[in-house]
Ligand binder design. Structure first.
Ligand code: BGC
Length: 730
């Protein structure tokens, strides 16, 4: 029979022209799929270690072999939460993701993601294991807090989405992880997160939903832990009902490294690709066992087709086929500038009595700089997110794993190193105050640190706390007696400034005795310069906490981190998240009437702002959402940015926390300037701002009753004013 192709591409008189080739990702994926053999399909669902069988393209975190016959490229995977990770190559060390969230600025977050996307692509990587959107506020001691975006699902989801959009705009498949409830590292492969459906939907799962819907990221990494008794990577409720069903996620699910709990059951539950290798949990899943299952009828071939379809459509949707990554040098200079800007936008000024800051170099004759190796660099977080910085580490120290770090979770900590990025705060401070005598003390001896401080105009103490994947902090106290150093310095100099380099919240027993505190997080490749710019007022701080700082660990939902029982047991053990449910972070403190040390959303500036003329205009019908309009005024003598935050109180009897963040806007105002600001809260937004999860209707509903809208510059009630109320229902 003659085909259209056989006629040189023309059509036979009377016969319909051949359909044009599909141009949409699904159609293109199906066309390719129809040409693949069973073995080729199996090849795409199996992740290799890059060194597996002695071969592998280059250093990375994973590798899926392509099908050259059909033009399907290899997939090369690398971590990239805070810059390109693994040993892919020297990369720009960004400040921690939590610092990016502290900017509360989606444009700034997009730039942060661009650095990751550009550099992954320059290293030839086309899939990113990034996007950690676990809600660290549930367990602020979590050793991966620095990789997350904090405690609020909306802020975390939106910031993550901005990162992922930027990454995928560089034709690298972006992803979110670790789906879901991987909120502690301790014994993470055995931890069974126990949580009810509504709480999960309104907290951790909501962060994932927003991140995915707002970014269209094409991959989801399922987690090591169990959720309600079933391993996340074999959990059909999570992967199929919620992710692929309710969230309508069209991309593919890949397992965390070695986290595949089974073969056919996991595939049927919704896992599309195993990463990495075959041997976790007994090596049950492998392409060989899937092949046998298909051949003997234990798994329908259509299941494998769907898995492969999802992978291919993700590759098309992200541009992997059309824009193959080409290896080239990274733009280290340009990316370092973005790293510095991200830190300057994310550093949070927590205290400024006096005001002590900004420092005026012309008034300074002597400055003491103390502690945390501030003479050479700034600390970074450990584990798979670790970036090996451009220029090489300034200092590398052995890991400081806490006592409970049994393998396999603890392995990640034991393999980690404490890496200091090459950006010396001491040098940057010297450059800011060239006429002052700036002297460094290593901060290991309180007496000598205090003596130096006593003879200096100001003392700047750097306190740091290392954390890493594969461990949790035992408490939130700075290690190695650093608090005693701060106290000794503060006792000898009333102008003591503390700069914190931490993955997340820490306790500050010396707070009342120091004049200023700057939370610099893990500050990244240009952290020293960014910190000095803030201290000397070249940058006016505008970061706001994306996570509450508790006053005591006794105030947390779980005063101690759950461990297996007995501790050396390898059996699953419960981590009871029903204690706080969806009341994560500030919602917990609000609901319990507990005063945190510093509230979610808090951060000072070198100027002050005021809000006036508040007006609330509910849309018609009111269930569509509302707008809050107000005047924001900069009352000070320097330009600065304020983050106006909108919180919503739900009707009594709904069981919701006293207030939920539903919107915000970061506004830059010149000295004395006033601007009218409108913040729109759209009920149809991916964050479901006017809804609660109903287990009765298995969906989001807007309850009837009275709602109260608050506006202010932190979640603390004292910093909020009521914009008005509205009523839903008859
Ligand atoms: C981590 C993941 C990471 C993977 C590959 C795992 O240990 O949990 O976040 O992407 O390793 O490096």
């Amino acid at each position: 029979m003659l085909t259209a192709a056989g006629c040189g591409g023309g059509s036979l008189a009377g016969s319909p022209p051949p359909p044009p080739p599909p141009t949409d990702p699904d159609g293109r994926a199906d066309l390719l799929l129809s040409q693949m053999t069973l073995d080729e399909k199996l090849q795409l669902v199996h992740g290799n270690l890059t060194t597996e069988n002695g071969v592998g393209p280059r250093n990375s975190a994973g590798w899926v072999v392509g099908v050259p016959r059909l033009g399907i490229p290899d997939l090369l995977y690398a971590d990239g939460s805070v810059g390109v990770g693994d040993t892919v190559g020297p990369a720009t060390a960004l400040p921690s993701s939590l610092a990016s969230a502290a900017s509360w600025d989606l444009d700034e977050a997009y730039k942060y993601g661009q650095v990751i996307g550009k550099e992954l692509s320059a290293y030839g990587v086309n899939v990113n294991f990034g996007g950690n959107v676990n809600l660290s506020g549930r367990e602020p001691r979590d050793g991966r807090t620095f990789e997350t975006k904090g405690e609020d699902p909306i802020l975390a989801g939106k910031i993550t989405a901005a990162h992922l959009r930027a990454i995928q705009d560089h034709y690298v498949i972006a992803g979110v992880k670790h789906f879901a409830m991987n909120d502690q590292e301790t014994a993470r492969t055995q931890a069974n997160a126990v949580i009810d459906e509504r709480s999960a939907r309104e907290s951790d799962l909501l962060a994932f939903e927003i991140a995915l819907k707002d970014s269209k990221a094409q991959s989801v990494m399922c987690a090591y832990d169990l959720m309600n008794g079933t391993f996340a990577c074999g959990n059909s409720h999570l992967l199929t009902d919620i992710l692929k069903g309710d969230f309508a996620f069209p991309g593919f699910v890949l397992s965390d490294a070695f986290a595949t709990p089974s073969s056919v059951p996991a595939a049927l539950a919704g896992l599309d690709q195993e990463q990495t290798g075959d041997y976790m949990f007994g090596g049950i899943w492998s392409s060989e066992s899937l092949k046998a299952a298909i051949q003997n009828g234990d798994m329908p071939a259509s299941q494998l087709d769907n898995m492969v379809h999802r992978i291919l459509r993700a590759m098309y949707a992200a541009g992997v086929f059309d824009h193959p990554a080409s290896v080239q040098p990274i733009d280290a200079t340009g990316d370092a500038a973005i790293a510095q800007e991200a830190e300057e936008q994310g550093a949070v000024l927590l205290q400024n009595a006096g005001p002590q800051l900004p420092l005026n170099a012309s008034n300074l004759k002597s400055v003491a700089v103390i502690g945390s190796h501030a003479d050479v660099g700034v600390l970074s977080g450990g584990g798979s997110a670790q970036v090996f910085p451009v220029g090489g580490a300034a200092l590398t120290l052995p890991p400081a794993c806490p006592p409970y770090t049994p393998p396999p979770g603890g392995l990640a900590c034991l393999n980690a190193l404490q890496i200091f990025d090459p950006s010396s705060p001491l040098a940057a401070i010297r450059a800011k105050a060239p006429d002052a005598n700036v002297v460094f003390n290593d901060g290991t001896d309180p007496t000598s640190a205090a003596a130096l401080a006593a003879s200096s105009d100001v003392a700047i103490v750097f306190e740091s706390q290392w954390e890493s994947e594969g461990m949790d902090l035992v408490d939130l106290t700075f290690a190695n007696g650093q608090d005693a150093i701060v106290s000794a310095v503060a006792a000898s100099n009333p102008h003591t400034i503390v700069v914190l380099e931490s993955g997340g919240p820490q306790l500050m027993p010396w707070l009342a005795n120091v004049s200023a505190v700057l939370e610099a997080w893990y500050p990244g490749q240009k952290g020293g310069d960014a910190i000095a710019n803030v201290l000397f007022g070249s940058v006016n701080p505008s970061g706001k906490l994306p996570i509450s700082f508790p006053a005591s660990i006794a105030d947390l939902p779980r005063p101690t981190i759950p461990i297996p029982d007995p501790p050396d047991s390898t059996a699953p053990f419960d981590v009871d998240y029903t204690v706080e449910g969806f009341n994560v972070g500030y919602k917990w403190f609000d609901a319990k009437g507990i005063q945190p040390l510093f509230p979610f959303g808090f951060g000072l500036s070198y100027t002050t702002f005021s809000i006036s003329n508040l007006q609330l205009s509910p849309d018609a019908p009111v269930t569509n959402g509302f707008q809050v309009t107000f005047n924001l005024q900069n009352n000070g003598s320097v330009a600065g940015a304020e983050v106006a935050q909108v919180y919503l109180g739900f009707p009594a009897g709904t069981g919701e926390p006293p207030k939920r963040l539903v919107g915000w806007q970061k506004v830059l105002l010149q000295s004395g300037a006033r601007q009218q600001v409108t913040i729109t809260v759209d009920a149809t937004d991916s964050s479901h701002p006017l809804s609660i999860w109903s287990t009765t209707s298995n969906g989001w509903v807007t309850p009837n009753g009275d709602y109260t809208v608050y506006v202010g510059n932190s979640s603390a009630s004292r910093s909020l004013v009521t914009a008005g109320t509205f009523h839903v229902g008859s």
